[in-house]
Design a protein around this ligand. Sequence first.
Ligand code: NAI
Length: 319
Amino acid sequence: MTEPKEGSVVIIGSGLIGRSWAMVFTSGGFKVRLYDIVKEQVTAALEDIRKQMEELRKSGMLRGSLNPEEQISLISGFSDLKSALEGAIFIQECVPENLELKLKIFSDIDRFVNDSAIISSSTSCLSPTKMFNGLRHVKNCIVAHPVNPPYYVPLVELVPHPQTEPVTVERTYALMKKIGQSPVKLMKETDGFVLNRLQYAVISEAWRLVQDGVISPRDVDIVMSEGLGMRYAFLGPLETAHLNAEGFESYCERYGEGIKRVLETFGPVPTLSGEVAKKIDQALWEDQTDKPDQLKARREWRDACLSHLAKLKKEMKKN
Ligand code: NAI
């Protein structure tokens, strides 16, 4: 076994995202300390991680060069925050999405942590300003927002607080690269960060098309999964446009007027409730007799697809 990296990564909260982060860090050879306020959660998390890694090994999808036993041996469970933080080089907070809760945990971390550790939050949409204002170690604080499931979807959005030091961003970026994730740097915070702003634009227009009776909910999803999504798994919207003409400027010259005409027909923010929500919901449940089991089976299928796509993307990068 290769020697584990110096210092520990501390995961705060051992739920869905905390477990995934623990697996991603150990796959990169880092020692991980898994802390949760609920002691039993840590025990359950360690057992779940062991099972997941064994399954991944069987399917050939285990990340990193270490086997499951070696990766598991890098993780230790903690139910005391102060001892968990001893010798920490990087802290990844994964407690539920609740500002009060995050403020409390960051104030506790701030008291116990050493001056060089990076304090990072997994938050999906809370602003760094709201979470980190007034902390003694604010210069070391950053958001590293993963995408579920982080084991297969490598994007991590790095969002600084206005007082975050550039070196914190650079160190976090380098660490994410080292563990095989794909970080992007936001220069400043914006509500929803970037992934969700793009995602919400798509949901908004999908809603409007269903509401206006243009297309069925199932067919909207096919437009994405069999059309746009095919490209977007490899190229972003800007490079897609760039390649569809002789460069991006040429694309704007050719198609700009048409794009603006269509964009002007986009309506107000959808209500996200009422009849349209019911219609979409019913369409998505159709033919699904056992609802909870169907969702579980579909999520497993989604994860299997994503793991194969991750493999394909890796192969395509080599070419
Ligand atoms: P979860 O509910 O699965 O897990 C939260 C864990 O935090 C639980 O184990 C709970 O016992 C523990 N916890 C609660 N209070 C605590 C405290 N004071 N100290 C230590 N541990 C505490 O939540 P999940 O889904 O893992 O989300 C965690 C964070 O990740 C949230 O901020 C969420 O927005 C973000 N996130 C979630 C994604 C998702 O798809 N679930 C995707 C990207 C980010």
